[in-house]
Design a protein around this ligand. Structure first.
Ligand code: GUN
Length: 285
Protein backbone atom coordinates (compact mmCIF):
# COMPACT_ATOMS: atom_id res chain seq x y z
CA UNK A 1 0.00 0.00 0.00
CA UNK A 2 1.21 3.46 -0.79
CA UNK A 3 0.09 6.48 1.18
CA UNK A 4 -1.30 9.89 0.30
CA UNK A 5 0.98 12.76 1.23
CA UNK A 6 -0.68 15.46 3.33
CA UNK A 7 0.65 18.58 1.69
CA UNK A 8 0.85 21.10 4.53
CA UNK A 9 2.88 23.53 2.50
CA UNK A 10 0.20 23.77 -0.18
CA UNK A 11 -2.67 23.99 2.32
CA UNK A 12 -0.82 26.69 4.24
CA UNK A 13 -0.35 28.69 1.04
CA UNK A 14 -4.12 28.69 0.47
CA UNK A 15 -4.83 29.76 4.08
CA UNK A 16 -2.19 32.51 3.84
CA UNK A 17 -3.62 33.81 0.56
CA UNK A 18 -7.06 34.18 2.19
CA UNK A 19 -5.55 35.94 5.20
CA UNK A 20 -3.58 38.27 2.94
CA UNK A 21 -6.73 39.31 1.11
CA UNK A 22 -8.58 39.94 4.36
CA UNK A 23 -5.71 42.06 5.64
CA UNK A 24 -5.73 44.15 2.46
CA UNK A 25 -9.41 44.80 3.14
CA UNK A 26 -8.67 45.74 6.78
CA UNK A 27 -6.02 48.19 5.61
CA UNK A 28 -8.64 50.11 3.64
CA UNK A 29 -10.27 50.72 7.04
CA UNK A 30 -6.96 51.96 8.45
CA UNK A 31 -6.26 48.77 10.43
CA UNK A 32 -2.90 46.92 10.25
CA UNK A 33 -2.60 43.81 12.44
CA UNK A 34 0.50 43.84 14.63
CA UNK A 35 2.21 40.87 16.28
CA UNK A 36 4.77 41.27 19.07
CA UNK A 37 7.24 38.41 19.51
CA UNK A 38 9.42 38.05 22.60
CA UNK A 39 12.56 35.94 22.23
CA UNK A 40 14.70 35.42 25.31
CA UNK A 41 18.22 34.04 25.08
CA UNK A 42 20.01 32.35 22.23
CA UNK A 43 18.50 29.20 20.83
CA UNK A 44 19.24 28.33 17.20
CA UNK A 45 15.90 26.65 16.55
CA UNK A 46 13.93 29.47 18.21
CA UNK A 47 15.88 32.05 16.19
CA UNK A 48 14.90 30.22 13.03
CA UNK A 49 11.22 29.91 13.98
CA UNK A 50 11.03 33.58 14.92
CA UNK A 51 12.60 34.75 11.68
CA UNK A 52 10.15 32.55 9.76
CA UNK A 53 7.25 34.14 11.67
CA UNK A 54 8.67 37.59 10.92
CA UNK A 55 9.01 36.79 7.21
CA UNK A 56 5.47 35.40 6.96
CA UNK A 57 4.02 38.44 8.74
CA UNK A 58 5.70 40.63 6.15
CA UNK A 59 4.35 38.55 3.26
CA UNK A 60 0.78 38.88 4.55
CA UNK A 61 0.90 42.55 5.54
CA UNK A 62 1.07 41.98 9.30
CA UNK A 63 3.39 44.30 11.21
CA UNK A 64 5.77 42.39 13.48
CA UNK A 65 7.87 43.63 16.36
CA UNK A 66 10.59 41.31 17.64
CA UNK A 67 11.85 41.88 21.18
CA UNK A 68 15.17 40.09 21.65
CA UNK A 69 16.22 39.86 25.28
CA UNK A 70 19.50 38.45 26.57
CA UNK A 71 19.64 35.03 28.22
CA UNK A 72 20.24 36.54 31.69
CA UNK A 73 17.02 38.61 31.61
CA UNK A 74 15.02 38.47 34.86
CA UNK A 75 11.40 37.35 34.99
CA UNK A 76 10.30 40.79 36.14
CA UNK A 77 11.75 42.45 33.07
CA UNK A 78 9.84 40.12 30.74
CA UNK A 79 6.66 40.66 32.74
CA UNK A 80 7.10 44.45 32.51
CA UNK A 81 7.45 44.16 28.75
CA UNK A 82 4.32 42.00 28.51
CA UNK A 83 2.39 44.54 30.65
CA UNK A 84 3.45 47.30 28.29
CA UNK A 85 2.44 45.29 25.20
CA UNK A 86 -0.90 44.38 26.83
CA UNK A 87 -1.65 48.10 27.29
CA UNK A 88 -0.51 49.16 23.82
CA UNK A 89 -3.65 49.22 21.65
CA UNK A 90 -1.63 49.15 18.43
CA UNK A 91 -0.42 45.64 19.32
CA UNK A 92 -2.91 42.87 18.60
CA UNK A 93 -0.98 39.68 19.32
CA UNK A 94 1.72 38.78 21.85
CA UNK A 95 3.85 35.66 21.56
CA UNK A 96 6.61 34.47 23.86
CA UNK A 97 8.84 32.04 21.99
CA UNK A 98 9.40 28.80 23.93
CA UNK A 99 11.47 27.34 25.46
CA UNK A 100 12.49 30.08 27.86
CA UNK A 101 15.88 29.97 29.62
CA UNK A 102 15.92 27.58 32.58
CA UNK A 103 15.97 30.25 35.32
CA UNK A 104 12.62 31.59 34.14
CA UNK A 105 9.32 30.08 35.24
CA UNK A 106 7.29 29.71 32.05
CA UNK A 107 3.95 29.78 33.88
CA UNK A 108 4.77 33.09 35.58
CA UNK A 109 5.37 34.61 32.16
CA UNK A 110 2.59 33.13 30.04
CA UNK A 111 -0.18 33.96 32.52
CA UNK A 112 0.60 37.67 32.16
CA UNK A 113 -0.44 37.81 28.52
CA UNK A 114 -3.84 39.41 28.02
CA UNK A 115 -6.03 36.51 26.77
CA UNK A 116 -7.42 38.54 23.86
CA UNK A 117 -3.85 39.00 22.59
CA UNK A 118 -2.80 35.38 23.30
CA UNK A 119 -2.36 34.26 19.68
CA UNK A 120 -0.44 31.14 20.75
CA UNK A 121 -3.27 30.07 23.06
CA UNK A 122 -0.88 29.14 25.89
CA UNK A 123 -2.38 31.24 28.71
CA UNK A 124 -4.26 29.39 31.45
CA UNK A 125 -7.37 31.26 30.27
CA UNK A 126 -7.15 30.04 26.65
CA UNK A 127 -6.16 26.51 27.61
CA UNK A 128 -9.03 26.47 30.12
CA UNK A 129 -11.47 27.65 27.45
CA UNK A 130 -10.30 24.78 25.25
CA UNK A 131 -10.77 22.31 28.12
CA UNK A 132 -14.39 23.41 28.62
CA UNK A 133 -15.15 23.15 24.88
CA UNK A 134 -15.42 26.88 24.33
CA UNK A 135 -12.08 27.83 22.73
CA UNK A 136 -10.87 31.39 22.21
CA UNK A 137 -7.42 30.92 20.65
CA UNK A 138 -6.32 27.37 19.86
CA UNK A 139 -2.55 26.65 19.94
CA UNK A 140 -1.22 26.89 16.38
CA UNK A 141 0.29 23.43 15.80
CA UNK A 142 -2.74 21.41 17.00
CA UNK A 143 -5.08 23.79 15.17
CA UNK A 144 -3.09 23.31 11.97
CA UNK A 145 -3.19 19.52 12.36
CA UNK A 146 -6.98 19.50 12.68
CA UNK A 147 -7.19 21.77 9.63
CA UNK A 148 -5.13 19.25 7.63
CA UNK A 149 -7.27 16.34 8.83
CA UNK A 150 -10.36 18.24 7.73
CA UNK A 151 -8.91 19.23 4.37
CA UNK A 152 -8.22 15.58 3.53
CA UNK A 153 -11.64 14.54 4.92
CA UNK A 154 -10.05 12.08 7.35
CA UNK A 155 -12.60 10.48 9.65
CA UNK A 156 -11.91 10.96 13.37
CA UNK A 157 -15.21 9.91 14.94
CA UNK A 158 -14.86 6.66 16.86
CA UNK A 159 -11.26 6.23 15.70
CA UNK A 160 -8.34 5.40 17.96
CA UNK A 161 -6.05 8.41 18.05
CA UNK A 162 -2.68 8.09 19.74
CA UNK A 163 -0.73 11.24 20.57
CA UNK A 164 2.88 10.96 21.70
CA UNK A 165 4.15 13.96 23.68
CA UNK A 166 2.37 15.83 26.48
CA UNK A 167 3.51 19.43 26.02
CA UNK A 168 1.14 22.39 26.19
CA UNK A 169 2.44 23.38 22.76
CA UNK A 170 1.24 20.22 21.02
CA UNK A 171 0.30 17.02 22.89
CA UNK A 172 -2.23 18.16 25.47
CA UNK A 173 -4.20 20.59 23.28
CA UNK A 174 -4.08 18.19 20.32
CA UNK A 175 -5.53 15.43 22.51
CA UNK A 176 -8.39 17.74 23.51
CA UNK A 177 -9.07 18.70 19.90
CA UNK A 178 -9.17 15.07 18.77
CA UNK A 179 -11.48 14.30 21.68
CA UNK A 180 -13.75 17.13 20.49
CA UNK A 181 -13.82 15.33 17.15
CA UNK A 182 -15.06 12.17 18.89
CA UNK A 183 -11.84 10.20 18.55
CA UNK A 184 -10.85 7.85 21.38
CA UNK A 185 -7.60 9.44 22.50
CA UNK A 186 -4.57 7.88 24.16
CA UNK A 187 -1.89 10.33 25.27
CA UNK A 188 1.57 8.75 25.53
CA UNK A 189 4.81 10.27 26.82
CA UNK A 190 8.40 9.53 27.71
CA UNK A 191 7.41 7.23 30.60
CA UNK A 192 4.87 5.18 28.63
CA UNK A 193 5.59 1.47 28.78
CA UNK A 194 5.34 -0.79 25.72
CA UNK A 195 4.77 2.20 23.44
CA UNK A 196 4.87 0.07 20.30
CA UNK A 197 1.85 -1.96 21.43
CA UNK A 198 -0.15 1.24 21.80
CA UNK A 199 0.99 2.86 18.55
CA UNK A 200 0.19 -0.32 16.63
CA UNK A 201 -3.48 0.12 17.54
CA UNK A 202 -3.65 3.71 16.34
CA UNK A 203 -5.90 4.67 13.44
CA UNK A 204 -4.43 8.17 13.76
CA UNK A 205 -0.91 8.47 15.15
CA UNK A 206 0.43 11.94 16.03
CA UNK A 207 4.06 12.10 17.05
CA UNK A 208 5.75 14.98 18.88
CA UNK A 209 8.71 13.59 20.78
CA UNK A 210 11.69 15.25 19.14
CA UNK A 211 13.60 12.05 18.29
CA UNK A 212 14.61 11.63 14.66
CA UNK A 213 12.99 8.69 12.83
CA UNK A 214 11.76 7.23 16.15
CA UNK A 215 8.55 5.69 14.82
CA UNK A 216 9.36 2.76 12.57
CA UNK A 217 7.09 0.71 10.31
CA UNK A 218 6.77 -2.13 12.86
CA UNK A 219 5.12 0.32 15.32
CA UNK A 220 2.42 1.35 12.85
CA UNK A 221 -0.92 -0.22 11.91
CA UNK A 222 -1.66 -0.88 8.24
CA UNK A 223 -3.63 2.04 6.81
CA UNK A 224 -2.97 4.39 9.74
CA UNK A 225 -2.96 8.18 9.39
CA UNK A 226 0.46 9.48 10.44
CA UNK A 227 0.96 13.05 11.65
CA UNK A 228 4.64 13.83 12.18
CA UNK A 229 5.18 16.90 14.34
CA UNK A 230 8.93 16.48 14.84
CA UNK A 231 11.52 18.83 13.39
CA UNK A 232 15.00 17.37 13.90
CA UNK A 233 18.26 18.31 12.25
CA UNK A 234 20.56 15.34 11.61
CA UNK A 235 24.35 15.45 11.85
CA UNK A 236 24.35 15.91 8.09
CA UNK A 237 22.16 19.03 8.37
CA UNK A 238 19.08 17.31 6.95
CA UNK A 239 15.68 18.12 8.50
CA UNK A 240 13.75 14.98 9.44
CA UNK A 241 10.66 14.22 11.51
CA UNK A 242 10.01 11.83 14.41
CA UNK A 243 8.73 9.24 11.94
CA UNK A 244 10.91 7.07 9.73
CA UNK A 245 9.17 8.42 6.64
CA UNK A 246 10.54 6.05 3.99
CA UNK A 247 9.42 2.84 5.70
CA UNK A 248 6.24 4.14 7.38
CA UNK A 249 4.85 5.68 4.19
CA UNK A 250 4.53 2.17 2.75
CA UNK A 251 2.11 1.21 5.54
CA UNK A 252 0.18 4.43 6.14
CA UNK A 253 -2.96 5.64 4.36
CA UNK A 254 -2.01 9.30 4.88
CA UNK A 255 1.26 10.78 6.08
CA UNK A 256 2.66 14.28 6.64
CA UNK A 257 6.17 14.90 5.29
CA UNK A 258 8.89 16.78 7.17
CA UNK A 259 9.56 19.43 6.01
CA UNK A 260 6.41 20.60 4.24
CA UNK A 261 3.79 19.05 6.55
CA UNK A 262 2.78 20.35 9.96
CA UNK A 263 5.40 23.16 10.13
CA UNK A 264 3.94 25.46 7.46
CA UNK A 265 0.44 24.99 8.91
CA UNK A 266 1.64 26.11 12.36
CA UNK A 267 2.80 29.43 10.95
CA UNK A 268 -0.39 29.87 8.90
CA UNK A 269 -2.49 29.30 12.03
CA UNK A 270 -0.45 31.90 13.92
CA UNK A 271 -1.25 34.38 11.18
CA UNK A 272 -4.93 33.41 11.34
CA UNK A 273 -5.00 33.85 15.12
CA UNK A 274 -3.32 37.24 14.79
CA UNK A 275 -5.91 38.35 12.23
CA UNK A 276 -8.73 37.09 14.47
CA UNK A 277 -7.27 38.90 17.52
CA UNK A 278 -7.16 42.11 15.50
CA UNK A 279 -10.74 41.77 14.33
CA UNK A 280 -12.06 41.07 17.82
CA UNK A 281 -10.13 44.00 19.29
CA UNK A 282 -11.51 46.31 16.59
CA UNK A 283 -15.06 45.08 17.10
CA UNK A 284 -15.19 43.41 13.69
CA UNK A 285 -15.73 39.82 14.80
N1 GUN B 1 8.23 26.69 20.48
C1 GUN B 1 7.94 25.62 19.69
N2 GUN B 1 6.74 25.77 19.12
C2 GUN B 1 6.25 26.94 19.54
C3 GUN B 1 5.03 27.65 19.29
O1 GUN B 1 4.14 27.22 18.55
N3 GUN B 1 4.91 28.85 19.91
C4 GUN B 1 5.86 29.34 20.73
N4 GUN B 1 5.62 30.52 21.32
N5 GUN B 1 6.98 28.71 21.00
C5 GUN B 1 7.18 27.53 20.40
Amino acid sequence: MSSTLINGKFLASIVKEEIKMEIEELKTKGITPCLAVILVGENRASEKYVSLKEKTCKELGIKSLIFRLPDRTEEEEIINLIDELNRNISINGILVQLPLPRHINQNNILQKIEPIKDVDGFTPYCLGRLLIDNPLFIPCTPKGIIRMIDAYEIETEGKRAVVIGRSIIVGKPLSLLLLRRNATVTLCHSKTERLGEITKNADILCVAIGKPNFITADMVKDGAVIIDIGINVTNYGKVVGDVDFDSVKEKASYITPVPGGVGPMTIAMLMENTLYATKVQKGLS
